[in-house]
Ligand binder design. Structure first.
Ligand SMILES: [Fe+2]
Ligand SMILES: [Fe+2]
Length: 185
């Protein structure tokens, strides 16, 4: 893996120990929004893996590899949230619905194949993640979970910065306007 890209995709800080103050299924349900809701770690992973494939060989040159590495960082976040949900007494199935009956529809994800659109979508998704994690920090009264979510935000802020930088370069190097089909519903 390209170590320079890797360093740009995650904060160089340790994660706190994964623990909770006490079981609380209501908090587990809140965390499931970030775990497997509409704008979640799960949807980010799927879109970044897709983007990694379709951006291969396109400009900006680092986009495909950056998406691959960021997907791995989001996978780490997914695992952390799954562990917290389990410790809180919840069920880490891939659904933000308390009964686990409604999940994401992968056909309805915001697929884009034009690099400039991939970057714009990713930037919007990362900003939404930061907002959601800040809302969860305010809503969840558990000091351990709050510290873990603050650490996750550090990674998301790296992603915002990186996608912002790529948004600048893609205006000059990408093929804006071509294949600009965005399927976000
Ligand atoms: Fe994440
Ligand atoms: Fe992210």
């Amino acid at each position: 893996m390209n170590s320079k890209i890797k360093s740009l995709c995650e904060a160089n800080l340790p994660y706190p120990e994964i623990r909770v103050e006490r079981r609380n299924p209501n908090c587990a349900r809140l965390l499931s929004l970030a775990y497997a809701g509409q704008d979640s770690e799960l949807t980010s992973i799927l879109l970044y893996v897709y983007g990694h494939q379709v951006a291969r060989g396109r400009k900006p040159e680092m986009l495909s590899e950056a998406l691959r590495h960021i997907a791995a960082v989001e996978m780490r976040h997914l695992n952390i949230l799954g562990e917290l949900i389990t410790l809180l007494g919840g069920d880490p199935r891939f659904s933000a619905d308390p009964r686990g009956r409604v999940g994401i529809n992968t056909a309805m994800l915001g697929y884009a194949s034009d690099p400039a659109q991939i970057i714009r979508n990713a930037l919007a998704g990362e900003n939404a993640s930061v907002r959601l994690y800040n809302e969860l920090i305010r809503a969840i009264d558990d000091r351990y979970i709050r510290e873990i979510l603050k650490r996750i935000i550090k990674d998301e802020e790296h992603h915002v910065k990186l996608f912002r930088e790529m948004a600048g370069t893609s205006m000059y190097n990408g093929r804006r306007g071509r294949e600009s089909e965005e399927c976000r519903k």
